[in-house]
Design a protein around this ligand. Sequence first.
Ligand code: ARE
Ligand code: CA
Length: 494
Amino acid sequence: MSGRRRIPGAMRMLSAALAAASLVAMAGCAAPAPDEQAGEPDVGIQLFQLPWVSIAEECEETLGPNGFAWVLTSPPNEHIVRDEWWASYQPVSYAVESRLGTRDEFADMVARCDAAGVAIIADAVINHMTGQDSPGVGWAGSAYEHYDYPGIYGDDDFHRCGLTPNDDIADYTSREQVQTCELVNLADLDTASDRVRGTIGAYLDDLLSLGVAGFRIDAAKHMAADDVAAIVAELPEGTRILSEVIRGGGEPVTPEEYTGFGDVFEFTYARDLGPALASGIVNDPPQGDERPQHVPADRAIVFVDNHDTERGEADVTARDGALYVIANALMLADDYGTPVVYSGYAFSDRDAGAPADADGRVLAASCADATGPAASYPDGERTCVQAWPAIGGMLAFRAAVGDAPRLDGVRADGAYGFEREGRGVVAVNPGGLAATIEIPTTMPAGEYCDVVTGGRDPVEGDGCRGLAFTVDDGVARFALEPLAAAAIHVGAQS
Ligand code: ARE
Ligand code: CA
């Protein structure tokens, strides 16, 4: 089944024999212990439609302390004036002026985040300009027409694919349509042209001059990989590139084509994880390091959901509370890919923008005092996932396990878990009944603080703020409530 390392059968039997001897201690639950961070794992957080001033504050208050390495922002460029969140994805110019903040605020954010040890990845919308058929004026005052952006692009800079009646993509099995026709009427830039490449490159250089570490390449699938490669080739070495190429069954354009110059969002990861959790049956990944329909681990950006999928295909989102914690715990405990946690705001209308003032500026919001998950979030409220104690705890787990191999998982009672060899063990119970699971481990015997419910107490130093679980004679034993996750690691013995 799997090419991964197997747990010897004898050890599994030992596990059963010793089950009765293990202990589970419980205590009050609270925030994660900041002293547990053993280093900074490469984990990002997507702060969807959050203003620059607020991201700066998050870097200082929640992201730095919880050990996030980088933030993925929403697009910083001038956009059309509309209330919907997706106005951000219709560029009018490359002025760094948007409903999320001014250029000065953007620069200040990058500096403050850097000082807090958090890098900024900007969402770069470079496949297209607006999808507006009527002329308009953008957020920063730039006049535009569908195929005319004075001083930036004119009619000749756009593809007019001529392959479909309205030049829109109609058939995703046609590479030519996907890459030269219009994605939902968005004026499609001729990214094969040196002039267009140069203009895009100047925009990215400008953002780099403000200190960003790299870019999410929005709608990368809709640009030939060679075009993106040519643009990226002009950027300084080390610029981080995260291409959005949604894997689509039967589609000719694949994520693999974009791995030559950067990382790629691997949508299959969430598509496997979400339904498994929703059905309550979690298994080991199909084929160890060679997961089918997955780009190589060192090129993959993984996520439970993002701003599109939480409005669409995602089976598990912040609305699911405890199950969402389980999904994030499994992702953060995994050895595949670079995780990006998602933090947005509640909505019932998929188009609804983030709460804004009368002029359309998105309102500042702070997660400094937030906890979670909450039982429910009223529309517009930020989910503040970056501040959930369980998420901070799992970042500490990821830091502690480092590159220790992921060993084969164990299933029992509907619960599932696995060891990161010798460094940590994670266990989840996605079902509705309490479950007990025993997972063989080479971690030293002892009592460990569960980092999902609070980790080690930073004040007492020798107690746990939440649950504790015991490793005894090579077995970690977890008694789990319904819909619970737990994780212990060598850095947090009680
Ligand atoms: C809005 C309106 C449209 C209108 C258009 C122009 O909704 O009705 O025609 O404006 O006026 C976001 C929103 C869109 C919005 C757009 C522009 O989601 O609703 O359109 O902004 O404001 C494909 C792409 C993928 C893309 C998804 C959404 O391949 O790149 O569609 N994702 C990114 C962003 C989005 C953003 C854009 C791109 C555009 O993350 O937030 O759109 O910048 C299969 C295929 C996928 C395909 C998917 C959905 O899974 O395999 O490739 O994704 O179906 O069609
Ligand atoms: Ca295109």
